[in-house]
Design a protein. Structure first.
Length: 84
């Protein structure tokens, strides 16, 4: 189960509350809390939490979010994966 930024030990529930309390979007939340700045593994979860209000993700959901993020990042950078 993924429910927090590990680097800063901040739950997604607390991050959503901070964002709402201070009217922050993703960039402002990163700036204020430091979440997403170190290893950045929590960024897909923070984005999803802010968009949907969800505060915990099971292992299958976590894998799906990582896969979506990798595909999106590759598409933005113009990198495509070639078949072996």
């Amino acid at each position: 189960m993924v429910d927090r930024c590990i680097c800063m030990n901040s739950t997604f529930q607390a991050l959503i509350a901070t964002a709402r309390e201070h009217g922050l979007g993703l960039e402002g939340l990163i700036e204020q809390t430091g979440c997403g700045e170190r290893c950045a593994l929590c960024l897909p979860f923070i984005r999803e939490a802010l968009a949907t209000g969800r505060t915990a993700f099971d292992d299958d959901e976590a894998q799906a979010l990582f896969a979506e993020t990798r595909a999106s990042d590759a598409q933005r950078s113009g990198v495509t994966r070639q078949a072996d």
